[in-house]
Design a protein around this ligand. Structure first.
Ligand SMILES: N[C@@H](CCC(=O)N[C@@H](CS)C(=O)NCC(=O)O)C(=O)O
Length: 210
């Protein structure tokens, strides 16, 4: 049985959504962010010293990093969500899985952190300019890439969407970017209509402090 240690409003949504898509039995252990620091509770450090989510326990191993967890679960349990290794689409699949945490999340987070600092009246000149340049570069590129696409790879749902979908949904809804990036918005809208996404949202919304 897979155990998902799930922190509210976190990248762990990727794994929750994937588990709902592949319909594997799993146990969900819930953790809640500190309302002031936004950090995970200390109890998550019992599972892994970094105390970050997602983290899964499976077959006697503790696995961190959403990209690694997505690749592992798909390889072992849902190979239909990845192109074959010999298929040229596999290269794109791998690229987008890694792009999400590295190239997409960095400018997204810089922008979020910078806007939090501005709310406190802090003016970060270098960071603000750098974040804006990177943000425009990465998300304009992705918007153009998605112009004629419903999914990232091979016209079908793959692990790349579980990784990129979370990042782009956050972009649209946390940073209100629907008008600036209409093709990303359309892509995200398509994902939110999937049953597995809707189930994962229901589970996320039903999490209550208990
Ligand atoms: N690169 C990691 C990032 C994990 C991560 O930073 N998770 C955040 C939630 S999105 C977290 O647990 N934050 C709480 C904390 O650091 O205390 C992944 O993709 O899994």
């Amino acid at each position: 049985m897979i155990t998902l240690h799930h922190l509210d409003q976190s990248r762990s949504f990727r794994i929750l959504w994937l588990l709902e898509e592949i319909k594997q039995p799993y146990e969900l252990k819930k953790y809640y962010r500190d309302l002031i620091t936004h950090l995970a509770p200390e109890s998550l450090k019992v599972i892994h010293p970094l105390g970050k989510s997602p983290v899964i326990e499976w077959n006697g191993k503790v696995v961190i990093e959403s990209g690694a967890i997505v690749e592992l679960l798909i390889q072992k349990l849902a190979p239909q969500l990845a192109p074959d290794l010999d298929d040229p689409d596999y290269v794109d699949y791998l690229q987008w899985i890694h792009f999400s945490e590295s190239s997409a999340m960095v400018p997204y987070l810089l922008k979020i952190f910078n806007s939090i600092e501005s709310q406190h009246g802090t003016k970060l000149v270098f960071l603000e300019n750098y974040a804006q340049v990177e943000f425009d570069k990465v998300f304009s590129f992705l918007n153009g890439y998605l112009k004629d696409k419903k999914y990232f790879v091979a016209d079908r749902l793959t692990g790349a969407d579980f990784m990129m979908g979370f990042a782009l949904n956050s972009l649209i809804y946390q940073l209100n970017q629907a008008e600036n990036y209409p093709y990303i918005n359309r892509y995200v809208d398509g994902l939110t209509k999937l049953d597995s996404w809707k189930n994962a949202v229901k589970i996320e919304n039903s999490l209550s402090l208990d």
